[in-house]
Design a protein. Structure first.
Length: 191
């Protein structure tokens, strides 16, 4: 009896297919190349076409882990992003294909540059977040080498701001890789 049950299960997997991450990864990559490369580039770093989309250029997907949860990404792919050129793919891709593309996007990586992040921080953030001086009293911004925030929280705060404070959204001032670089710098100086 057990043997018959096993044969039925194995045959079902062969006939109907089984979800296999490696196969899904290849499918996701192929779908990404077919539908997404035009705007996001082959490695997710944004194509020339994507950089020139007005008013909001395509986003660098290599840093998606800092801004988009694994549950949000398929929703974005399926329904698009209101107010941006990211269209809904629900009429083109089925749920499995959306999942496969999302898995591929999650595999894209960017190696942050803390040195560049430090330069960006000093030139654009230290005015409010300085350790001492007149602006420290004026703005009262926290000293970020002591922040209890995790890297994801810092990245989202930079991009979206912090309600009820003078920390307004900086998503239009910094690219995703620049935010990742700043976060890497802040994590490197954290005490």
């Amino acid at each position: 009896m057990k043997r018959q049950h096993l044969i039925v299960v194995v045959m079902s997997l062969i006939i109907f297919g089984a979800y296999h991450p490696a196969i899904a990864g290849e499918k996701g990559k192929a779908l990404f190349e077919k539908y997404c490369v035009k705007c996001h580039g082959e490695d997710g770093s944004v194509s020339e076409y994507g950089k020139n989309i007005k008013p909001n250029p395509a986003r660098d997907l290599r840093t998606n882990r800092l801004f988009i949860s694994p549950r949000e990404l398929p929703v974005i792919i399926k329904y698009g992003v209101y107010g941006r050129e990211m269209k809904a793919w629900k009429d083109v891709l089925n749920d499995d294909e959306v999942r496969d593309v999302a898995e591929h996007v999650r595999s894209l990586t960017y190696t942050p540059d803390p040195k560049n992040g430090g330069e960006l921080f000093k030139s654009r953030c230290a005015v409010c977040h300085e350790k001492e001086g007149p602006n420290k009293k004026l703005f009262g911004a926290p000293d970020l080498d002591m922040t209890p925030l995790a890297d994801l929280d810092i990245a989202r705060t930079i991009r979206f701001g912090r309600h009820g404070t003078m920390m307004f959204p900086k998503g239009s001032y910094f690219s995703n890789p620049e935010i990742a670089d700043i976060v890497a710098y802040l994590m490197s100086i954290k005490k």
